[in-house]
Design a protein around this ligand. Structure first.
Ligand code: BYC
Length: 469
């Protein structure tokens, strides 16, 4: 269905025919714009950015690119098309028709899930607020802004659901989504990863690689939901999410490529010499991967979770790609889980967070294989790895335990002594920060990162992707 851009709020939900909802959202719109002005990308409001804007929700809808000033971006409400006759695909009510309204008994759980999802979107924009001033190229600057406007739109997606289906509570929650702020000591964002500072581009690439991939998994599980408007909203969001992970995967790949070039030029793998030459040594990259991967693993919740069991049984949240599984009800199935107290048989329904976390980790491996191939081809023994899902956990059975990145329990004192061999120290962060010199000449790249293989939408690399006013 084509998106109607002639209205104040672009949408494909026939907003004009629901005056009350339209008025409520038009009331929220200036609050959103004010938030964008105060908490979105610092400066750059008058820059022309080569952005893509959705024109329809099918695959062709992505073809619209053009120069846009970010505050004029057309944020709106876009749902994937309704699938006629869709039925619930899992849980105790499998086979019944999906819901077009929220059943009273699931109202507070669904609201909590939608608010938690919604909270992450503006949080990430806030986390990335200062990065424009440190961009390695105009190409990267444009990608950052593309991600930022789309996260802003994902906030709209959740706010639409809150306004349209949760009455006054929903409207209040929508205001709160603009009142909490990443890292704020009084009113922080809900999930810990979204309160971590992202003050350099290496962190941005790791965040978009690991944390946006959690987004992919959570959105896929909502795409299965019996609450059809949530499913349709998330199906469309997933098409946008793919670009964010692309930025992460190619970003880290380009860092690896540049580091290998420097290693070859200098004929050494000595981290000190590589740093002195203005590049990111591979052990330092490994620390950043450890940090963001372990933080993102917490976003799946506890290994053993009654919330997860209830959400699945009730049809609120499925497993990503639910149809690929045989059993969609999962009663009387158990999973053996390794806990600090030893192996434990857990009802499968209660272990679904862990099932998702494991398949997420497999997905994370794909990029590592690619980067490691480049390292191997360059003739080095070093390999990048993912940390164990027990390492540095702040949620779940392994919370606070002194476990090394290989998953081995250590004496606490040894763990504390060695922690900064595994995650960035203050000095590491200061070094990475020192590399972040802003480069804005078309086609030029900062010295710590290789150019991408190709430009955006078949344009050359030296295209002026952001025209700075
Ligand atoms: N930090 O039973 P538990 C994205 C809370 S990323 C702090 O273990 P449950 C994006 C939990 O809320 C995707 N608190 O877990 C990426 C609960 O609190 P209450 C975001 C946490 O409920 C990049 C308690 O601990 N989407 O889109 O099964 C850029 C016990 O919970 C954390 C979603 O998260 C944590 N890490 O599952 C932009 C989807 N983990 O209720 C965007 C919506 C748990 O006892 N959320 N807690 O006060 C959910 O599906 C679930 O809430 C969770 C947790 C998966 C987060």
């Amino acid at each position: 269905m084509t998106i109607n851009y002639s209205e104040k709020i672009p949408n494909n939900v026939d907003l004009a025919n629901d005056r009350t909802l339209q008025r409520a959202l038009e009331h929220w719109q200036p609050h959103f714009l004010q938030w964008w002005h105060e908490m979105g990308p610092s400066d750059f409001e008058s820059a022309d950015v080569y952005l893509r804007t959705a024109t329809s929700v099918d695959a062709q809808g992505w073809a619209t690119y053009g120069a846009v000033k970010m505050p004029e971006y057309r944020w709106g409400i876009f749902l994937a098309d309704q699938q006629p006759g869709r039925t619930i695909g899992f849980g105790d009510r499998m086979g019944e028709p999906v819901w077009q309204q929220v059943p009273g008994e699931h109202r507070s759980t669904l609201r909590r899930l939608i608010v938690t999802q919604g909270d992450t979107e503006p949080a990430s924009v806030e986390q990335q607020r200062m990065l424009g001033h440190l961009c390695p190229s105009l190409y990267d600057l444009r990608n950052l802004f593309q991600i930022n406007v789309e996260e802003g739109r994902h906030l709209w997606a959740m706010v639409y659901l809150l306004h349209a289906y949760f009455g006054r509570d929903g409207r209040e929650e929508a205001e709160e989504l603009l009142a909490r702020h990443s890292g704020d000591s009084d009113k922080p964002r809900i999930l810990t990863t979204f309160n971590e500072p992202i003050s350099d581009w290496l962190s941005l690439y790791c965040f978009t690689y690991f944390t946006d991939r959690d987004g992919k998994y959570q959105l896929k599980s909502f795409a299965e939901s019996a609450f059809d408007p949530l499913s349709r909203t998330c199906r469309f969001m997933l098409t946008e999410e793919a670009h964010h992970m692309f930025v992460g995967e190619t970003g880290i790949g380009r860092v690896v490529k540049r580091t290998l070039e420097v290693m070859k030029e200098l004929g050494t793998d000595d981290p000190a010499k590589i740093r002195a030459h203005g590049a990111v040594d591979l052990p330092l990259l490994q620390k950043y991967l450890n940090f963001w991967c372990s933080s993102s693993l917490d976003l799946f919740g506890s290994e053993i979770s009654s919330n997860a069991a209830t959400s699945f049984a009730n049809g609120l949240k499925g497993r990503p790609d639910e149809s690929q599984y045989q059993d969609h009800v999962l009663r009387d199935v158990v999973l053996k889980l390794d806990t600090p107290e030893g192996a434990q048989d857990v009802p499968m329904l209660n272990a679904l967070n862990e099932v998702m976390r494991e398949s997420y980790l497999k997905d994370c491996e794909i990029g590592l294989k690619r980067w490691n191939r480049a390292i191997e081809r360059a003739g080095h023994d070093f390999r990048l790895t993912l940390p164990s899902s027990r390492f540095r956990r702040a949620i779940g059975s392994w919370v606070g335990l002194p476990v090394d990145p290989q998953g081995k329990l250590l004496p606490k004192e040894e763990y504390e002594r060695r922690l900064h061999a595994w995650v960035p120290s203050d000095d590491d962060r200061a070094f990475v920060r020192s590399l972040m010199q802003k480069v804005t000449e078309p086609g030029k790249m900062a010295a710590w990162i290789a150019p991408p293989d190709r430009g955006i939408n078949n344009l050359p690399l030296d295209y002026e992707y952001v025209h700075l006013a």
